[in-house]
Design a protein around this ligand. Structure first.
Ligand SMILES: Cc1cc2nc3c(=O)[nH]c(=O)nc-3n(C[C@H](O)[C@H](O)[C@H](O)COP(=O)(O)OP(=O)(O)OC[C@H]3O[C@@H](n4cnc5c(N)ncnc54)[C@H](O)[C@@H]3O)c2cc1C
Length: 415
């Protein structure tokens, strides 16, 4: 990656603002962070260290098993000894319950309960094994690719061009052609046929069944989907020095917010809002004095939500009410450009059911750990990659999935 991307480490990681206006800065610098936690609640220093120890054990176990190997491979002795060392009761319990039993402070409970949203899931329904997320963030820090996250995409393009790969974009695959359970190629929506010996599907894995010609489509059910998001991309013409690169403005009632998202399946009345302002650290992403803002709230991944103008305006009001109530600078008169990504637009732009950003949610250990495998069990030459497959969603995990799939192809097709 070093040849293509310049990564800079983030310090601090994030700024969190709670409903009552209380603000804390989260860093991965241990003395600084312990000081912060001590100031919030002295007793929670011990809880934090125990949570990190648990996250570290889950990470150590996953690193050598779950995250680097295809699923369902027979366990090795080393995996079994790692399993023995995991404090099972805590790791397999409910995420929120484990957080509540380790932290007294409502601020720290809400802060640590946010991590499952990194994979589009609710802290109230997912297993505590997702404590691997705060551990990884703390232990390895946050990193930013100079030029913006899109540099990641551009760097893949550069790499592909250097390897003389032919890229065909805007090519929507309708069918996978096969004979005697051996993949032969694809047919695009416009009728074009592309022959292939090896096919790697990067779409929602459950959609592949339909492409193979199954009569019952395996399309992902709404109740199994991870969250979608509502995003405002805003260019502001003045400088906002009070902002950090990452900030989170929490809702007043986190449980209610997740009930609305997963149970009632509507956009939260009081959403937690994440604001990314890369221009605070990287002036190359904006012209002149202004700032570039990525403002996001979680939204349900529904098929029938219309996301027309009135619906967007109502949701926008809720997002900005939360921001302004939490002390966000007034920007209404300074907005130069604005674009909106709704779940519906995410669904049609990326062909994701309901705009579910991370494919299946991670509620319950089955969903968290048993995603579709990276090699098809029935069709020769068919592989899967991306967020809806093993090991799961989110940019870093998707890149791991690519590595696992590439290794499988090398083993089964090229050796
Ligand atoms: C608003 C938003 C915010 C996010 N924030 C974060 C974050 O902070 N951190 C993080 O780690 N992750 C984040 N993610 C998630 C991350 O972007 C995804 O997990 C990751 O991009 C998934 O990669 P993928 O390769 O599985 O799928 P995608 O990047 O969606 O790629 C799949 C591709 O397959 C194409 N495709 C689908 N069906 C077909 C077909 N039939 N024919 C041809 N092409 C097809 C799609 O057009 C798409 O280009 C965010 C995503 C969104 C939308």
């Amino acid at each position: 990656m070093d040849d293509y991307l310049e990564m800079v480490s983030m310090n601090p990681l994030s700024q969190y603002t709670f409903d009552d206006g209380y603000t804390l800065t989260y860093t991965s610098d241990l003395p600084d962070l312990l000081n912060t936690i001590r100031n919030v609640e002295l007793q929670d220093v011990d809880g934090f260290l125990r949570i990190m120890r648990l996250g570290a054990r889950i990470y150590e176990l996953s690193k050598s098993t779950f995250m680097s190997r295809p699923p369902m491979t027979p366990p090795r002795n080393v995996d079994i000894s790692a399993l023995k060392n995991i404090p099972l009761r805590n790791a397999w319990g409910n995420y929120n319950k484990v957080i509540t039993s380790h932290f007294k402070s409502p601020y720290l409970r809400q802060l640590f309960n946010r991590y499952p949203t990194y994979v589009g899931s609710s802290p109230y329904y997912c297993p505590a094994t997702l404590l691997i997320i705060p551990y990884i963030e703390f232990a390895f820090n946050g990193w930013y690719p100079l030029g913006g996250l899109y540099r990641l995409v551009e760097s893949f393009l550069d790499l592909a061009r250097n390897l003389e790969v032919t890229l065909l974009t805007n090519a929507n695959v309708e069918l996978i052609e096969h004979r005697n359970k051996i993949v032969q190629g694809v047919r695009l929506v416009d009728g074009m046929r592309l022959p292939a010996d090896i096919l790697v599907a990067n779409c929602e894995a459950q959609d592949v069944e339909g492409m193979l010609g199954a009569r019952t489509s395996g399309r992902l059910k709404e109740s199994d989907r991870s969250m979608s998001g509502l995003v405002f991309l805003v260019g502001v013409k003045r400088s906002l020095p009070q902002l950090r690169h990452h900030q989170i403005y929490f809702s007043a009632d986190y449980r209610k917010e997740f009930d609305e998202l997963f149970h009632d399946r509507h956009f939260p009345t009081d959403p937690t809002v994440y604001v990314n302002c890369p221009s605070r650290n990287d002036r190359s992403v904006v012209p002149g004095e202004g700032e570039s803002l990525f403002i996001m709230a979680n939204a349900p991944a529904n098929d029938d939500d219309v996301w027309d103008k009135p619906m967007i305006m109502e949701a926008r009001k809720r997002v900005f009410d939360r921001l302004y109530r939490s002390g966000f600078p007034q920007i209404d008169d300074d907005i130069e450009v604005q674009d909106v990504w709704t779940p519906k637009r995410i669904a049609s732009g990326y062909l994701m059911p309901g705009g579910a950003i991370y494919g299946t949610h991670s509620h319950g250990w089955r969903h968290a750990f048993f995603r579709p495998p990276n090699k098809d069990r029935n069709y020769r030459g068919l592989y899967y990659v991306g967020g809806s497959t093993h090991p799961g969603g989110g940019t870093p995990t998707v890149l791991l999935s690519a590595k696992i799939t590439a290794e499988l192809i090398r083993k089964y097709e090229l050796e």
